[in-house]
Design a protein around this ligand. Structure first.
Ligand code: CMC
Length: 431
């Protein structure tokens, strides 16, 4: 009879140890041993015991989670069991955010209440305008977002009551509601345009477009195709299990910091070019390539290490295709019917074709990721490239908050505190 355990023989001592194996929903994925059990493996009684060495946490399960499932080999992404393509087709971003935070789809009444509560927390305290005004005219909007999220913590001291459910719920409404407002104010600041108040008669993305692009018209009417396209992009970006920024959210939150500080930390992690900053880097790369004819030469330069990485390609988890990239590529055509075709699309298509036909990219399982086509859509919709990571952060807030809440309520969780393998000097005396 097979046993769900692992027997380890320590060749240093000849001792054997039995360690249990546990499973999640799928026995094929996430079979895990408790890392703390390795501490029993020692040469002498006063040894610390074995630890695992795992830079970048490439093979470490930091939590048990019921929120998002990703199968990178088969290109599968599901939120609470629902496939991402079905959500992109039939759901809205706010419905999806509710699902991530509650684990189930909202009924009609719950959904109406949820939308009402998020809609009625979109306004920012007037003093926040002064904070945004204080940024230099060419400040990066992502820097403004990270800074302003930290500032919000000072406006809501009650948010420190992280184990008080009604307080937590209120901060969740506020954060989801205020992200588009901060983002729009940051954008208007860089343009020298007056801030636009939220319009509660519009949808989440319709109102965001209103706060971004309204000029003198008494009522802003968002284009329904662009409003829905942005909503779909928000659904696709809402969560992606234990990535860099989500782990940052859980790590900061594990010290019981308030959710505004934790979200500021997560947004800072998202800012980097290897994560949420990649969509901005894709646009810079496509502009740099300049024309379709230059694509093969550029790909050769990437392969020889002379042009950095092919931005928007590759993923730590997806080693087949990124299902979000497929949906976004189709969405691009819908958006271009309204905005006109982005000339960078031809370069992107050729780049994808050349790379997917090249042994270097095929053998390393490098495929277009979520960021490869999203930037082209955002640009066609009128967003400057510096806004791209901000557009990633707005919907990801619902995933961060869902993961943060799950972490807080998980009795297994403690303050995040990894170990290290010390390789420095032994004790020595000052001269
Ligand atoms: N272009 C060229 N070569 C690449 C790329 C790329 N985009 N990505 C990976 N490689 C190569 C890498 O040089 C290495 O080759 P070798 O084995 O010869 O040294 C091999 O592929 C494995 O790379 P890795 O760095 O070990 O892979 P990783 O899992 O640590 O990195 C990644 C994942 C997303 C950071 C990386 O693929 C990358 O830098 N991509 C470009 C940035 C990007 O598009 N990021 C957005 C990710 S999706 C959205 C999000 O989650 O934020």
């Amino acid at each position: 009879m097979a046993k769900d355990s692992l027997t380890i023989t320590d060749n240093r001592t000849g001792a054997t140890y039995e360690v249990p194996i546990s499973y999640g929903t799928y026995p094929k994925y996430g079979a895990a041993i408790p890392a703390a059990d390795l501490r029993k493996i020692k040469v002498a009684d006063d040894d610390f015991g074995l630890i695992t060495y795992d830079p970048g946490y490439t093979n470490t399960g930091s939590c048990k989670s019921a929120i998002t499932f990703v199968d990178g080999e088969r290109g599968i992404l599901r939120y609470c069991g629902y496939p991402i393509d079905q959500l992109a087709e039939k759901s809205t971003y706010l419905e999806t955010a509710y699902l991530l935070l509650h684990g189930e789809l909202a009924g009609d009444r719950e959904l109406a209440e949820w939308i009402h509560n998020v809609t009625h927390h979109t306004m920012l305290n007037e003093s926040i305008k002064k904070v945004i005004d204080a940024f230099h005219y060419d400040a990066h909007p992502m820097g403004m977002l990270v800074g302003t999220l930290g500032v919000l913590s000072t406006f809501y001291p009650n948010a420190k009551n992280i184990f008080d459910e009604p307080s937590r719920r209120r901060q969740i409404w506020r954060l989801i509601a205020k992200m588009p407002t901060i983002a729009a104010y940051a954008y208007r600041h860089t343009r020298g345009l007056p801030y636009v108040l939220p319009d509660n008669n519009l949808s989440y993305t319709g109102n965001f477009l209103n706060m971004l692009f309204k000029i003198t018209e008494p009522t802003y009417e968002p284009d329904p195709v662009l409003e829905r396209a942005l909503d779909v992009l928000f659904i696709l970006h809402a969560d992606h299990e234990q990535n860099c920024s989500t782990s940052a959210m859980r790590n900061v939150g594990s010290s019981h910091a308030d959710p505004y500080c934790a979200v500021a930390g997560a947004a800072a992690a998202l800012y980097g070019p290897l994560h949420g900053g990649a969509n901005e880097a894709v646009l810079r790369m496509l502009n740099g390539i300049g024309s379709v004819d230059e694509v093969p030469a550029f790909v050769e330069k990437v392969k020889s290490g002379k042009a950095g990485r092919l931005m928007g390609f590759g993923h730590r988890v997806y080693k087949n295709f990124d299902p979000r990239a497929t949906i976004i590529k189709d969405l691009a055509h819908e958006v271009f019917k309204v905005t006109g075709v982005n000339p960078l699309l031809d370069i992107a298509l050729e780049l994808e074709r050349v790379a997917l036909d090249d042994e270097y990219f095929v053998s390393r399982k490098l495929y277009p990721n979520v960021d490869f086509y999203s930037g082209i859509i955002y640009q066609a919709m009128g967003f400057p490239t510096s806004m791209f990571p901000v557009l990633f952060a707005i919907p990801r807030v619902s995933g961060w908050l869902a993961q943060w809440q799950e972490m807080l309520l998980d009795e297994d969780q403690r303050i995040a505190r990894p170990r290290q393998v010390y390789i420095g000097n032994d004790e020595r005396d000052l001269p």
